[in-house]
Design a protein around this ligand. Structure first.
Ligand code: GTP
Ligand code: MG
Length: 463
């Protein structure tokens, strides 16, 4: 336990409704008691029970500084496991700073960035994975990152890693005891059995590593790829989403040649939108490359926006596109509905739904900027219903964690090699031990002090 008491403003410093000052450490109650009075002007803080909230005032030399609500959480049942007091002030940067200054003058020290979370970690309240999740939570720009962070906080990564480590430890223990007591523990068939275990462990690690990739995608947003024939209005759509003239728009079919990426926010959801070259048979070598690239992007998309010019008939190029995207999550935009349609839009819709099962169809006009709300609603609905959710397993969101997994994987491959080369059993345990400690770095067991410092110094102030 740390023996000093720290304090910081733990909400964003803005002219918001309320702001919170958090105080943690052995003297948290004593310090706050000096400046907090209840409605009767008494200093009752030391008589309050833990986990209670109180109305009162922050006072300085008998002058009221602010009217506050105060929460009291005595350790170990607090975030840091220490005595913690939170003062909910009325806000305003100036007032918050004034109250904080009073707290510091009365014996607390200003917390370093991330120091509350660091204490939570050092006091065993959370592991390193969870601590990093808090940091991501603070920073996360959108709700996907938020849900991933929240689940990490609940320790899903930790559980998975602990499970892996327990299995490895079992094998190490088995080998060690067999070497100690060869008369009673048989090793005859052991290499075969160990191979099986290693294969399974590698599979488990591989899954975690893959989820890292998804975690990255999540932070960046849903990979959304706009496809369609030339001139359908794809680049116009990107520009409308982006709110600026990102892509060149002309009435010449084949304007866009290269893929163009843009990050777009739809309320709480972040899309990573790629505008691509219009797909059609072409002899032009540059356009051909663009079309190939468009197809590749489409293949990797979480969400396809298929742009159709509804003033023109569906043709063989559309056939090709429908074939390309039929297994994807697709929103079809029947665009240019300011123009007379080529045929009854209902008929076009019917064909599209038949060719792309489960697709959604929205009528839009880029020139009149209509249909954008309906598009946003469709994306939200698909996301929140889980339809375009790539997240199903544990999600890793951090490069250091991935590094630990990679090393563990390599160590397990070394064990496999030793088995193949018929090396003596103690060779297995060396690499198993390495795998064990690499995995440990992910959850903060086996971490050097400097690494701990590094991670926590990246935290925001007051968390
Ligand atoms: N009337 C009308 N014209 C539109 C609409 N959307 C786009 N256009 C026009 O259609 C032409 C092509 O638009 P773009 O956005 O460049 O189409 P694109 O799909 O990116 O075309 P390529 O890059 O060639 O594949 C431009 O002249 C736009 O102004 C619409 O909703 N209504
Ligand atoms: Mg274009």
């Amino acid at each position: 336990m740390q023996n000093d008491t720290i304090a910081a403003v733990s909400t964003a410093l803005s002219e918001g409704g309320i702001g919170i000052i958090r105080i943690s450490g052995p003297d948290a109650v004593k310090i706050t008691d000096r400046i907090f009075v209840d409605a009767k002007g008494k200093h009752p803080l030391t008589t309050y029970h833990s986990h209670t909230i109180h109305y009162g005032f922050i006072e300085n030399n008998k002058q009221i500084v602010d009217e506050v609500m105060l929460s009291l959480m005595k350790g170990p049942k607090s975030y840091t496991k220490e005595d913690t007091v939170e003062i909910n002030c009325h806000g305003g940067v100036f007032l918050l700073q004034k109250v904080l200054k009073l707290v510091l003058e009365n014996g607390a020290r200003l917390a370093e960035p991330g120091e509350f979370t660091k204490r939570a970690f050092l006091n065993g309240r959370i592991d390193l994975t969870q601590a990093e999740a808090v940091m991501d939570l603070i920073r996360s720009g959108n709700d996907f990152a938020l849900s991933a962070s929240l689940r990490q906080l609940q320790g899903s990564v930790k559980e998975e890693i602990c499970d892996l480590r327990a299995k490895i430890l079992y094998e190490i223990a088995f080998i060690e005891s067999a070497l100690d007591d060869p008369e009673h523990i048989q090793m005859d068939k052991y290499p075969e059995r160990l191979s099986g275990v290693i294969r399974q462990l590698k599979g488990q690690i591989k899954k975690l590593t893959d989820s890292f990739e998804n975690g990255r995608v999540r932070r960046e947003g849903i990979r959304t790829v706009i496809v369609g024939k030339p001139n359908a209005g794809k680049s116009s759509f990107l520009n409308l989403l982006a709110g600026e003239e990102r892509a060149i728009v002309t009435d010449i079919p084949g304007t866009t040649r290269d893929a163009l990426e843009e990050s777009v926010r739809l309320w709480e959801i972040c899309l990573n939108v790629v505008d691509t070259a219009g797909i059609r048979e072409s002899e032009n070598p540059v356009e051909k490359i663009g079309v190939e690239r468009a197809k590749r992007y489409a293949d990797q998309a979480d969400l396809i926006v298929y742009m159709v010019d509804s003033s023109l008939p569906l043709d063989e190029n559309d056939e090709q596109i429908m074939e390309l995207v039929k297994e994807k999550k697709v929103i079809v935009l029947l665009n240019k509905n300011d123009l007379p349609p080529f045929c009854d839009p209902a008929e076009t819709e019917r064909i599209l739904r038949e060719k792309i099962p489960g697709c959604r169809v929205i009528r839009t006009s880029m020139s009149e900027k209509s249909g954008m709300e309906a598009f946003a609603d469709a994306v939200r609905e698909m996301f929140f219903s889980g339809e375009i959710d790539v997240e199903n397993d544990v999600i890793l969101t951090n490069a250091r964690q991935e590094e630990g997994l990679r090393k563990a994987f390599e160590s397990l491959e070394m064990v496999e090699k030793s088995i193949r080369d018929q090396m003596p059993e103690d060779f297995y345990s060396i690499d198993l031990m390495n795998a064990y400690s690499s995995l440990g770095t992910i959850i903060g067991e086996e971490v050097g002090d400097d690494l701990v410092e590094e991670i926590f110094s990246r935290f925001c102030m007051g968390k």
